[in-house]
Ligand binder design. Structure first.
Ligand SMILES: Cc1cc2nc3c(=O)[nH]c(=O)nc-3n(C[C@H](O)[C@H](O)[C@H](O)COP(=O)(O)OP(=O)(O)OC[C@H]3O[C@@H](n4cnc5c(N)ncnc54)[C@H](O)[C@@H]3O)c2cc1C
Ligand SMILES: *[C@@H]1O[C@H](CO)[C@@H](O)[C@H](O)[C@H]1NC(C)=O
Ligand SMILES: *[C@@H]1O[C@H](CO)[C@@H](O)[C@H](O)[C@H]1NC(C)=O
Ligand SMILES: *[C@@H]1O[C@H](CO)[C@@H](O)[C@H](O)[C@H]1NC(C)=O
Length: 567
């Protein structure tokens, strides 16, 4: 296909989800909802005692951490320690249109500003990425697409899943925060285009993973209001749960296992509590009661980082930082993955409504196809004298088609940039270092080409001066000869970006066992995206929320059984 390009500023090329300009918040007038009831359990860390005791201390009030805490609080005294603040009252977080602004403010702000709910980082691969830093975690800043894991995930993830409990846990989440989206122009056209391109059958609206094209769930409701894992705190027993925000956990507190905390331990150390810092710089000790546990739910970047800072990791590496080694665990921070995203963006010939991901094409060739339509500021190049004022840029909605590969198999690793937990670790994903990932990307981007050639996409073309209808691409177009593998592979590497589904760093079998207990340390578990070496389904948040609920129930049952039959 012939690609006509329009002249755009450099900043505009960065677009899709990333631009460096703020656009006006037309939604700012939207009325404020009444505060959620969970706010009654939330206080600033500075208001917490300098020392206190809990059955379960959950580090990170994120996607997995909130459902886990809500569940455990049914029978135990639970503390959540979250480094960020709360989503309520932050308009950008509360609705779909604010999605980009949240990411933009993360890029513009100091990465260590605790008040910014998204913390940006750039991997050594050169790809701009983001981490949630707010109660609700990354589910409070994400694109809201909700879809359960594929069946293969449950057989290959290394855990002994109870599939009935898995389903009940998904349903527990879905009852509260998952909605059926309303498709508008762009998402409908993409659905039709996928079917024309052979990504069938059509599975309609379903939360299940199945080959073909479907409409998935959304954590945005019909009013466009965001729901996040923090809303699952509604299920908590209020008298049993305390939530400290602006509580930055600096390290785990360990004791040698000869202590009374772990009388049966055959190994080195046992966790007895955590040390956290409030926003005034004061240190607090949260300590475990007998038979309690610390559970890390700090995410794929935060959990391995905290293990390393606590002296749990590869001995030579920890020594190089002068961190006393509590337990040699060679793969902490390794087997870290990010699914590459590649795609195209067009300026449509007809106006589009704003949409985040609602439709997905699940191919059987290693790629998932998704789409979004976003409002972006169109900056006229400075030379153009015809547009009146650069102070009033045009706002346009562009259509994006993306391909995400499954897996991936290319692995990277994480290392410390500082012994201060507030600094992002140095992260490398090694996108496309394995040829299988390249092949999946070529398959996926070829499928994008098929979708663009579908009749459903015709409506978005412009007629050029020769009367020929074609797309106006913003940024790179697909190679003309899509049968040329080398050219397609080059496109994949040249245009790689992230869909923010990074995972791993504390994977099952290397850092945690199949009960998600940290190998060789007592009273310490990890329940978040860091334990998986493949990303579940097309998009991970459904499964991470399920995981929190699921392990909450497992832990309660294990304790009721007095440890006689472990999970
Ligand atoms: C921009 C973006 C868009 C996305 N879109 C989608 C989508 O549409 N659909 C989908 O399914 N997935 C999406 N994802 C991915 C998904 O949101 C994440 O994979 C998932 O939320 C990760 O969950 P988690 O529990 O592992 O970590 P998180 O939810 O990130 O939770 C970790 C929490 O720990 C806290 N924390 C970290 N370190 C510390 C510390 N030292 N002390 C105290 N607290 C700490 C963090 O502040 C955070 O709240 C998106 C992600 C992003 C960033
Ligand atoms: C909690 O801390 C934040 C940020 O430091 C501040 O804006 C807020 O007013 C504090 N809340 C209370 C109840 O002190
Ligand atoms: C769980 O749900 C899936 C999808 O809805 C279904 O196919 C499966 O049979 C269920 N499994 C169990 C054990 O209930
Ligand atoms: C790429 O697609 C081809 C054709 O559908 C398929 O045979 C192959 O297995 C796919 N590659 C991967 C890595 O999935």
């Amino acid at each position: 296909m012939e690609a006509s390009s329009i002249t755009v500023s450099l900043q505009f090329l960065l677009l899709l989800f990333f631009t460096t300009i703020f656009f006006p918040s037309s939604f700012a007038s939207q009325q404020q909802d009444k505060p959620p009831s969970y706010l009654k359990m939330v206080a600033n860390a500075s208001e917490f005692p300098l020392e206190d005791y809990y059955d379960y201390i959950i580090v990170g009030g994120g996607t997995a951490g909130c459902p886990l805490a809500a569940t455990l609080s049914q029978s135990h005294r639970v503390l959540i320690l979250e480094r960020g603040g709360v989503i309520h009252g932050k308009l950008n977080l509360m609705n779909q249109e604010g999605f980009l602004n949240t990411l933009l403010s993360a890029t513009a702000n100091n990465a260590n500003n605790e008040d910014s709910p998204a913390q940006s980082f750039v991997s050594e691969d050169g790809v701009l990425n983001a981490r949630g830093r707010v109660l609700g975690g990354s589910s409070a800043i994400n694109a809201g697409f909700y879809s359960r894991a594929d069946c293969e995930f449950f057989t290959k993830s290394g855990l002994n899943w109870d599939l009935k409990l898995v389903n009940e846990s998904y349903e527990w989440v879905e009852r509260e925060i998952v909605f059926r989206p309303d498709l508008k122009t762009w998402q409908s056209a993409v659905r039709d285009g996928l079917l024309e391109a052979g990504v069938g059958p059509y599975n309609g609206f379903t939360l299940d993973h199945a080959t073909g094209t479907k409409i998935g769930g959304s954590t945005f409701d019909s009013q466009g209001k965001r729901h996040s894992s923090a809303d699952l705190l509604r299920y908590a027993r209020h008298s049993n749960l305390r939530i400290a925000v602006y509580a930055s956990v600096e390290r785990l507190l360990l004791a040698s296992s000869s202590s009374s905390f772990a009388p049966n331990s055959a190994t080195g150390s046992s966790v007895i509590g955590v040390l956290y810092r409030d926003q005034n710089g004061r240190y607090h000790h949260a300590m475990l009661k007998d038979f309690g546990e610390v559970i890390l739910s700090a995410g794929a970047i935060g959990s391995p980082q905290l293990l390393l800072l606590s002296g749990i990791g590869p001995r030579p590496y920890l020594s190089s930082w002068g961190i006393p080694v509590a337990h040699h665990l060679p793969y902490v921070g390794h087997f870290l993955y990010d699914n590459p995203r590649n795609g195209i963006t067009i300026l449509p010939s007809v106006p589009l409504e704003h949409s985040l991901i609602q439709v997905v094409g699940i191919t059987n060739s290693g790629a998932y196809i998704e789409a979004a339509s976003n409002v972006v500021p169109f900056l006229s190049p400075p030379q153009t004298a015809f547009i009146r004022s650069s102070a009033s840029p045009l706002y346009l909605t562009v259509g994006t088609l993306i391909s995400k590969i499954s897996g991936p198999v290319s692995a990277g690793f994480l290392r410390l940039a500082s012994t201060d937990v507030r600094f992002n670790p140095i992260v490398r994903f090694n996108y496309f270092s394995n040829g299988v990932d390249v092949e999946k990307c070529v398959n996926g981007t070829r499928k994008l080409g098929d979708v663009l050639r579908s009749r459903a996409m015709n409506d978005f073309k412009f007629r050029n001066w020769l009367g020929v209808r074609d797309f106006r691409f913003i940024g790179p177009a697909l190679p003309n000869d899509q049968t040329d593998y080398a050219e397609m592979a080059d496109f994949c590497k040249r245009t790689v970006s992230t869909i923010w589904h990074y995972h791993g760093g504390c994977v099952v079998g290397r850092v945690v066992n199949r009960h998600l207990k940290v190998i060789g340390i007592d009273s310490l578990r990890i329940v978040d995206g860091s334990v998986f070496s493949v990303s579940p389904g097309t998009n991970p948040q459904a499964t991470l929320m399920m995981l929190g609920r699921y392990f909450g129930l497992k832990i309660i049952r294990e304790r009721e059984g007095k440890g006689t039959h472990e999970l």
